[in-house]
Ligand binder design. Sequence first.
Ligand code: HEM
Length: 359
Amino acid sequence: MVHGVMAWIDERIDLSGVRHFIAEKGVPVHAQKIWYYLGGMTLFLLGVQIATGILLLLYYRPSAAEAYESVQFIVTQVPFGWLIRNVHSWSANLLVAVTFAHFFSVFFLKSYRKPRELTWVSGMLLLFLMLAFGFSGYLLPWNKLSFFATKVGTGMAGAVPFVGGFFLRLLRGGDDVTGATLSRFYGLHVAILPMLTTALVAVHLLLVQRQGMSVPLLVEQELKAGTPLRQMPFFPNYVLRDLLAWYVALAILAALALFYPWELGDKADAFAAVPPGIRPEWYFLAMFHTLKLLPSHILGVEGERLGVVVYGAVAVFLVVVPFLDRRASRGQRSPLFTAVAVAGLVYFVVFTILGRYTG
Ligand code: HEM
C-alpha cells in the first residue's frame, strides 16, 4: 500500500534525489554524539507547542475582560483542557531549557566553526524567538503575577537608550499595561513569532541537512591524520533513537502535567497592590537579578539603562561568535571562547538561583 502510494508520487515528482539522500545520510559516531539529540528534542518540543497551542486557541479569548475566564473555562469545563494547558505550559519551559542546552553544547563543541556560521546565526535568532514566545505567552492568562511581571519586563524595554520610550509604547500599546498590551502580545504569540520561527527553523534544518553533522575538533584532527570516520545510518538507526528520546520526553511531560498542574492564580487587577515576590519566568531571572543589583547610577549613567545596553551588546556578541572565533574555523583549539562559554554558563546558573531565592 505505502509502496504503491510512493510509486504513484514518484511517477509524478521524481523522488530519487530524496531517496538517495536518506539512504546515504550518516550520523558520526564518537564520544560526544549524545549532544546531537538536543536539536531534535528542541524540534519535538516545538511540535508539542504548536499542537497544544492550536487546541488552546479554540477556546482562549484575548481580551482583558475574558482572557482569565476563558483559561479558567479551559481547565475546568473543556474535556482534557486541563491536560492541554498543563502540557503547553510545561513543554514551554522544557523547550527553553533544551534550547539553552543545545546552545551551550554547540558552543562548547565549537560546531559554529566554518562552514556552519549561518547555522549558528539562525539558531541564535531562534533562541531569542523562544524567549519572546515565553515572554508574550506569560501575559496571556491575564493573572496578577503575569500582569505585574509584564509591567516590570516592558519597563526594562523602556530603559533602552533613545528608542526606549517608543519601544515601550509599541509593546504596551500605550503608556501602561492594559487590554491593548494583551492584544499585542496575543498577536505576537500566535501569528508573528510562529511565522518567523517557521521560516528560521526551515533555514536551520536545511543548513544542517546540507552540511551534515559536525564532528568535535579532536575527531576532525584524527580524520585529517587518516582515521576513517565512524558513522551510523540516519535512517532507520538514528531516527529510531530520536523517536525513543521523544517518547521518553512525552512521558515526562505527561507526568509533569498530571502531578504538577500549572497554577492560574488570581485575575489581574491594575488597581490592586503589587503582590510580593513578583518575578519573571526562570529564564529571565539572571537578567532580572543582575539589573536589580546594579546601583542606581554608574559613572553618571542610570544603572538599569547601562545594564540593558550591556545585555544588548552580549546578544550581538553571541550572534557573531563564529566570525570572531577564527582559531576554531582554522581547526585549532580556542580556549578563550571555551572560557567565555564556561563563564556564561556559570553566570547564568548562579544568577538564576540567586534571583530565585534572594529576590
Ligand atoms: C527552535 C530552536 C532550534 C531548533 C528546532 C534546532 C534544531 C536543530 C537540529 C534538529 C539540529 C541537528 C541535530 C543536532 O545537532 O542537535 C541542529 C543543529 C545545530 N544547531 Fe540548532 N536548533 C535550534 C536552536 C539552536 C540554537 C539556539 C543554536 C545556537 C546558537 C543552534 C545551533 C546549531 C548548530 C551550530 C547546529 C549544527 C551542529 C553540528 O553540525 O554539529 N540551534 N539544530
